[in-house]
Design a protein around this ligand. Sequence first.
Ligand SMILES: NC(=O)c1ccc[n+]([C@@H]2O[C@H](COP(=O)([O-])OP(=O)(O)OC[C@H]3O[C@@H](n4cnc5c(N)ncnc54)[C@H](O)[C@@H]3O)[C@@H](O)[C@H]2O)c1
Ligand SMILES: O=c1ccn([C@@H]2O[C@H](COP(=O)(O)OP(=O)(O)O[C@H]3O[C@H](CO)[C@H](O)[C@H](O)[C@H]3O)[C@@H](O)[C@H]2O)c(=O)[nH]1
Length: 327
Amino acid sequence: MNVLVTGGAGYIGSHTVRLLQSMGKNVVVYDNLSTGHRDAVKQGTFVKGDIFDSELLEDTIKRYSIDSVVHFAAFSLVGESMEKPEKYYKNNVMGTLNLLDVMIKNDVKKMVFSSTAAVYGEPERIPITEDISKNPTNIYGKTKLIMENAMEDYSKILGLKYIALRYFNACGADEGGDIGEDHNPESHLIPLVLKTCLGIRDSIKIFGEDYPTEDGTCVRDYIHVNDLAQAHYLALKALYEGKDSNVYNLGNGNGFSVKEIINSAEKVTGITIKKEVTGRRAGDPAVLIASSEKIAKELGWKPEYTNIEDIIATAWKWHKNHPEGYK
Ligand SMILES: NC(=O)c1ccc[n+]([C@@H]2O[C@H](COP(=O)([O-])OP(=O)(O)OC[C@H]3O[C@@H](n4cnc5c(N)ncnc54)[C@H](O)[C@@H]3O)[C@@H](O)[C@H]2O)c1
Ligand SMILES: O=c1ccn([C@@H]2O[C@H](COP(=O)(O)OP(=O)(O)O[C@H]3O[C@H](CO)[C@H](O)[C@H](O)[C@H]3O)[C@@H](O)[C@H]2O)c(=O)[nH]1
């Protein structure tokens, strides 16, 4: 396996790169560092480049005899996507189409693609299986769905073999404590809660407690980043074994409310967190819980981290040791 990992200097990418390297795979990280961090790639080949730079992409593919791509590079802030749609359509759709052009031109026809639970929008059923209708409620989710649809056509007509992985809420960090989540701005619940524990933030805002859930706050399915990484390895393996294109959900299958996450973080850290209930955040579905049965059955994937406190503890280790992230 000679794998090009676009966005490999980002949060999920850097964990996947580490896992693939630990399994002896040849990995080339290709990242423009727009939201990623050079220090998140601790070893191996790093190319600073943009997925719009066809020449550099082609040169990298040829130089390292690349035969597959894991494509993380994208913008992924839901709120920003509703304010700057052009930024999201450009990077996530045009950028990915450009990458696919260069891949196909160079006969690289295996791709693992980062998709998202946001493709479902307000789901018609819980737990969410891959076949339910997709009605994304934000532009970020739309851009990912557009690319899933395009890849389906490329697969039928151009011979592309792809696996799209629809992640639910990625969280946690590698046990080593030297790589972790560092988004700027940060919008995800767990890092924000832990930054409040560290005193970097004053309080955590709870976006609405009037949802039709047990405690009134939104319920999400939190999945450890190393379990996501493992799924990327299994997806690549399936493609190298000649399996067909496919789409899989990736979640733990357990839902936790915002209040439950805050309580768990208080237990893990031993710190009482200041909370503030505010209004709902636009576009937030009440409950998102994955069924990951399909990937379990077809690719043998099984999450290692199922206990939410264990997951938060790995994130806490990273944040405590790197209060300012990679800076
Ligand atoms: N974090 C989550 O909970 C989550 C959930 C579902 C899906 N995803 C998807 O997973 C992927 C990775 O997410 P993440 O949280 O690690 O994000 P991230 O921002 O940490 O990583 C994205 C990486 O892509 C790079 N990048 C962006 N545009 C690029 C371009 N044009 N050329 C080259 N590199 C570029 C960035 O520099 C960054 O290193 C994204 O595609 C995201 O949409 C994330
Ligand atoms: O300060 C905060 C931040 C978040 N939340 C709540 O916590 C939950 C989790 O929010 P995150 O922002 O951590 O994650 P999302 O569920 O909004 O989004 C994640 O899951 C989506 C799929 O639904 C996309 O994949 C997206 O990329 C990914 O970040 C939501 O109910 C949100 O309203 C708060 O109450 N306060």
